[in-house]
Design a protein around this ligand. Sequence first.
Ligand SMILES: [Zn+2]
Length: 346
Amino acid sequence: MEYRIPEIRKAAELLKSKLDSLEDKRTILRAPELQALYDRIKPLPPGKARADFGKEVNTLRDELEAQVASSKFQTAKLAPIDVTAPFDVNIKPADRPNPLPAKYGSQHPLTAELELILDIFYGMGFSAVESREIDDDYHMFTSLNFPPDHPARDEYDTFVTDEGLIAPAHTSIMQNRVLKTHKKDLEAGKGIRFVIPGRVFRNEDLDARHEHTFYQLEGVYADEGINAGHLVATITAWLSNYFSKEVKIKIQPFYFPFTEPSFEFAASCPFCEEKGCSVCSYTGWIELGGCGMIHPNVFKEAGIDSRKYSGFAWGFGIERLVMLKYNIEDIRHFESANLKFLRQFS
Ligand SMILES: [Zn+2]
């Protein structure tokens, strides 16, 4: 439809582009831009100009109504699909099932943020290895210096299958694997520098700050002569890079079986320069995660001589960082698949 009146032509273009992204197409008929056109009719002096204006506004409304109706019709016509159905990877891309056109999708905010975080670590000389989503007691506990029946095992509230497999409650399950696999790099004088993103699972009571499934990023650094100063410097460098401003780090003693000494770390609030704001609960500091020097027993389990080599590890939740950055009030949004939430990041 061609609209002769420029104001209406412009509004028509805008409303049609809006219509594409709307989940509930009918809301376009209540759009403020359309209402504004109707509001313009009354003050116009009676005559041909007013009649033409009114006619084109009505035509626009009819056109939008027709588009809303046809979009509903198309939805009803779509054949049901099984998005989990496997297909042969050798099928040509053009012949593969295409359940939803890619233009309607966008990156999940956690994926986007994780890519940004990994880029910073790549620039600092780290490599990345993915965590896994099912594991065993050895990697979840024993390799990390949790003795059998140690009470700290209970603090993780792990999900366990009937066969005794564990849905990992932290990305530290990869520490033993990374150390063991790259022991040869250590002995070749190259050091071990890895970050490990992954999904973790805990049997939590859910609320705005606790979710049963969330993402962590683990870091492992080992070499000769590494001390806690290197740990603080590494975390400071990456967080300053992430928030694009100088961030200070504060550590305080904590307990993890797999690090000695162990710490919790907090960053100076990047949003208020430590003056106090709602993000940092008016303390000037934001608690972010746990860290510490790798325990000699963890090195021993990986076959590494802890008298010669030392190292540090740290871990933090990705959701918490993203929530701080974008002022998101409830962690449950991330796993909700709620399009209204996700589209704010597309
Ligand atoms: Zn603050």
